[in-house]
Design a protein around this ligand. Structure first.
Ligand code: ADP
Ligand code: ADP
Length: 229
């Protein structure tokens, strides 16, 4: 079944007398547990699409349904509640808090949900085990390598068990070997029941997904399964 259903999506920005169509008639359907990469050059509309898929922004026109819910009908409050439940974010710059250690960073999304400190710790340790980093849980971000920091960020994204993981250039700050390790972890999340949407400008990274959707000038220009030999 499709978890993400986008139909004839348009996102326009008005700048003075000009209208920029950051997304222009985009239609895309992603099934549960799929691992799809959205690839395109700078300025092609990737961030705009990611912000809409991630319920951070709403389209100008067209339809976006996430688990059957039409997002454009939501109020701001409903949207942020739905986002927290449905989406785990992974960013290029990790976005960890430097004053907190790894396990405290991973626990953070649960603090806002009012979950007890005992349960928070148990779930955070389990999430760190999934990214093979439980042995570093008391280290702060500055005491970890870039790849380890990104694994902490992945554990933080997983802690609420969101159906969709949205990864925006997750390997952009990593060398290629470390980037491959992070991609292997993302590949494993598909088997664990998450739907992964990866945004990247790097075709070599995109090839490690199962499906590649290319975007150019705000339009989808191709949509292909990745063949594995
Ligand atoms: P990418 O992430 O692929 O670099 P973006 O989604 O950031 O692409 O941008 C797509 C197009 O929309 C670009 O032409 C960009 O200048 C324009 N754009 C993006 N955000 C805004 C905004 N907030 N206001 C005006 N134009 C924007
Ligand atoms: P950039 O594309 O400049 O590298 P990021 O990848 O950090 O920026 O962020 C991409 C988008 O996600 C931006 O629109 C930003 O506002 C939003 N964003 C960044 N950090 C968070 C966060 N912690 N929670 C929710 N949204 C975020």
């Amino acid at each position: 079944a499709a978890i993400i259903e986008i139909e004839h999506l348009v996102k326009s920005y008005v700048i003075g007398d000009n209208v920029v169509h950051a997304l222009n008639d985009v239609s895309l359907s992603v099934s549960e547990r799929e691992f799809v990469a959205i690839v395109g050059p700078s300025g092609s509309g990737k961030s705009t699409l990611m912000n809409i898929i991630g319920c951070l922004d709403i389209a100008t026109s067209g339809s976006y349904k996430l688990r059957g819910q039409e997002i454009s009908l939501y109020t701001e409050d409903e949207l942020s509640e739905f986002r927290n439940r449905m989406i785990g974010f992974i960013f290029q710059r990790f976005n960890l808090l430097n004053k907190l250690n790894a396990v405290e960073n991973v626990e953070l999304p649960l603090v806002y949900q009012g979950i007890s400190s005992k349960e928070r710790r148990e779930r955070a340790v389990a999430a760190l085990e999934k990214v093979r980093l439980a042995n570093r849980m008391l280290h702060t971000p500055m005491e970890l390598s870039g790849g380890q920091q990104q694994r902490v960020a992945i554990a933080r994204a997983l802690i609420t068990d969101p159906p969709v993981i949205l990864a925006d250039e997750p390997t952009g700050n990593l060398d290629s070997t470390t980037g491959k390790e992070v991609m292997q972890i993302l590949q494993g999340l598909g088997s664990a029941g998450h739907t992964i949407v990866l945004i990247t400008h790097d075709m070599n990274i995109a090839k490690q997904a199962r499906r590649i959707v290319r975007i150019s000038d705000g339009r989808l220009v191709s949509d292909e399964e990745v063949s594995r030999s």
